[in-house]
Design a protein around this ligand. Structure first.
Ligand code: AMP
Ligand code: ZN
Length: 113
């Protein structure tokens, strides 16, 4: 999708602070961090929302594998972190390219919304 902001980041048309990359996934620092560690993890193939993912295909597993890598790189694997995937309006999704937030570096609030 040409005008998708995360596709533009994948194509290098918009800069990002890269944290991790492999053949399927790109991870970069969130531009408006909600915690000392706040990384956005995206598949390199455009998928709009969680509801559009074929769960039997490998995308979600690749995002989880990347989250493990990012947690190690950001040194929050032992202290802990939270992953969040917002979906559609009530879920608070703003960018319609599937992404997983990885938050950590401090004790996160108990509430889930
Ligand atoms: P969501 O509300 O789940 O759609 O989250 C989208 C996230 O993308 C927000 O946390 C934004 O701060 C983040 N974001 C948007 N544009 C950029 C960008 N150019 N670089 C890094 N993060 C971004
Ligand atoms: Zn996209």
């Amino acid at each position: 999708m040409t005008d998708c902001i995360f596709c533009k980041i994948i194509r290098g048309e918009i800069p990002c602070t890269k944290v991790y990359e492999d053949d399927a996934v790109l991870a970069f620092d969130d531009i408006h961090p909600m915690a000392p560690v706040h990384v956005v993890i995206i598949p390199k193939t455009h998928v709009a929302t969680l509801m559009d993912v074929d769960a039997k295909e490998g995308t979600i597993g690749r995002l989880i594998a990347a989250a493990q890598e990012v947690a190690g790189i950001k040194n929050v694997a032992a202290s802990g972190f939270r992953t969040v995937v917002n979906c559609n309006a009530d879920g608070g999704q703003v960018v319609f390219h599937l992404h997983m937030h990885l938050l950590g570096g401090r004790k996160l609030e108990d509430q889930m919304g």
